[in-house]
Every structure is written in C-alpha cells, then in structure tokens.
Design a protein around this ligand. Sequence first.
Ligand code: 56B
Length: 415
Amino acid sequence: MSSPQRRVPLPNASYVAEVKRTCSALCESQKIQVSTTAIKRLLFSPSFVSSFKRVSGYHGLNFPLNFPSVLSEVNFLSVLSLLNFGSGYRVPLHHQTGRGAWDSIRALMFGLYLSSSTGNGNLLSAKGMQTISEQQIADLMSVNLYIEQPHNEIPGVSINTLGGPLYDLVKLIAATLQETGKILEDLGDPDLGTFVVRSLREADAAKHGADPNAGVDAILSKLVGAFPAFRDMAIIDNQPVYCFKKALFLIYAIIIRFGIRSTPPFPLPNTSQIPVFTDNVLPSMLVHLGVVDLSRSTAHGLHTIFPNAADKAQIDSLLQPLPKSHTSDSEKLSPTEGPALNLEQAYVLRAAALDACERIVHVARTLDPDSLQADQKWIQSITLPELDLWLWAVAKDRADYRTLERFTLRDTVFF
Ligand SMILES: Nc1nc2c(c(CN[C@H]3C=C[C@H](O)[C@@H]3O)cn2[C@@H]2O[C@H](COP(=O)(O)O)[C@@H](O)[C@H]2O)c(=O)[nH]1
C-alpha cells in the first residue's frame, strides 16, 4: 500500500485557500455532515454562551522567561510550535508525569531554554538542536525510557530495556530537532527564529493585490517548503488534503505575542482568515458536541469510532452550563485512551473539524441581527482562532468534558 504522505504535491501559491478547499472537499466526499441546526444548537447553548469569552480569552503563550531579545522569543515560539505534537501519547504521558502532550512539550522547551542559559551551548540553535540526545529529552520531560521485561532465560527475573510508547515519542522529538537543525544549518540560518523572521519580512515585501491571505500563504509556503516536520498533508482516496496545523499555530503564536505592540518588531501578516489548528482535540470535541456527524461516514469506518456521540441526551447534557461543583481543578482524573485511528481516518476527521469551524464562524457571522438579544450580539463576531482555543481549552475546563475520549494517532509529528 502506498503511504498517504508520499508524493503529495505542495499546494499552489494559495496555501490558505487550498487548506480550506481540500478539507471541505474531503469532508464532503467522506459523507461527514455538519448541519446549520447543529451549529446553532452549539452557538446558543448555555455551555458555549457561558464559557466562550472566558475560555477563549486566555492564550497561555506568555512565558515567564527573560528573553534577551525579540529574536530569542521568536525562536522559542517557533521551536515550541515545531514540537507541538504528541497528542497520541497523552495517556502514557499522564500516567508517568501527570501532564498531557502540550504541557510536556512546554516543560521540555523550558528545560532546553534554561539549560542553554547555563553555558551548555544554545540547545535551541540549529547546531544545538542536532546535539540533543534522547536521554536529555526524556530527563527534561521527566519520562522514563525503560520498561520492565521478563528475562528471556531466567524465569521470574525481569530486566529494564529501552522501549514503550514514550520512548517512541522521545525518538520522534529527537529526530524532528535533528532534521530541522540540519536543514537550518544547510541554509546558513543560526536558528529557526531567524528563518521565521526572514520569512515574515519576505512575505511582507512580496505582498501584492487585495488577497488578505497573501502574507500567511507566503510564510506557510516557506515553512512547509523547507521543513518536512511542517509538511502536514496527505492524499486520502486520491484527494490531497492540507492541514498544516503546526505551521499555522506558529504564525498565530507570533501574532498573539507581537501583534499587541503598537509597532511590532517585524511585519506581521493579516491572519483574519487563518484556519484552525486542527489536531485530535478539535474533531473529537466537535463530534461529542453534536456538530460533526459521522453516522454516514462508512468508507473508513468512522461511523463506529465514537459509539455514544450521537446520543441526544448526552449532547444535551454537554451543552448545559458547567455545573457549579465541577470546576476545572476539582477533579483531575487521568484520561482514558480514545479510539486509535489510522492516518487516513485521522486526516479525514481533522479535515472535518477544520471545515466545521469555518462553517460555525460563517453561521455566526450571518445570524439575523434582529433575532439576537443584546447579550447575544457578540456571537456574530467570534473568530476562527478564538473558536479553536475555546474547543481546545474547554475540553480541559469541565470535569464532564475531560472524560470525553479523544481519538489518538501515534507515530506522527503533526499533532
Ligand atoms: N487546536 C489546538 N491544538 C492545540 C493547541 C495547543 C496549545 N494550546 C495552548 C497554546 C496556545 C493556546 O492559546 C493554548 O493556551 C496544543 N494543541 C494540540 O493539543 C494536543 C493535545 O494536547 P494535550 O491535551 O495537552 O495532551 C497537542 O499535541 C497539540 O497537538 C491549541 O491551542 N489549539
């Protein structure tokens, strides 16, 4: 069988348009349904209305680190985005460290940054990224790379050997750092931040016409063109699909941090139409909240993966407001493993989530203003990144949401 990720052509110049078009087309050909009724049920639900502003307002990208320069912070955010994967290892990570994928990668980034400032050489430079060992990564993430296995010859005796899912994750991280560091070095760039700042400047210089996505297109094409770890795309049933979650996240992280300044240190692209950063959380939540309907999507067996998802009573209960006794910290249950998918299934679901978010924002924007009460008017102006953050963060915000299963895919560096 040919790999879905081999021989995928890069999009033509309109990266953003191609992301949106290919995700929508795949959603449609896979018979995934997103109805306006289901979208409105979410938008006007007590859960959404009562938590949207609070939950989508905290982006969590202000790090308590004393960056010596703007470039150093851009580099930090860029490498963080490069490593923003590992969702398939959430359960073993929680089991060993009490943290999920995102918090584990953040811990790793802190560790790499802080050890770089103690005279060990800059581990976040192109050269440094190539020197980091698997053991160093494991230590900084507080994961144990050894598993106990029964001794081959001596019954009753077990030995510790390298292995297990977290060893696989650490290998993926090490390989991603090494590969990216090597490419940067070959390009003559001292670090990823330098590459990103140059791309921002070149995107600005090349800006022409009225296309609001021209800037994001230009930066995406540079990141995706240069680094395999950003080439988040596949061919599913002969259709190309482009998600580019980490590259889009990187661009938006820069906007969040530097867009608030009256004079940003470098030109920033227009991100008003930036697609959501589609991972495993977004599609899983949209299925549980009754927006993405998989019941007719039989080609890749998606109709069976979340058996309770179409249960009306469950959807109704999830759309109720957060019960007072169940605030975020009251219960930190260890998550349970959701359905393990293959690459094709995962791309179809991620594409569906990306397209569903486009539709949600479109429905919100086109609500009849006369039908809205004064305290509902804000719904019309929700943005894609706010919706992304709400879906991602609300999944951790309520005890009942925390128990909802997310699908998993291991062995990927894309989400
Ligand atoms: N769509 C979307 N996906 C996101 C994020 C983030 C980071 N969010 C923080 C950073 C900026 C935001 O403003 C948030 O404060 C991580 N992930 C994905 O989740 C995956 C699961 O992780 P966990 O549940 O920990 O195991 C992780 O591998 C990664 O693929 C996001 O924002 N949107």
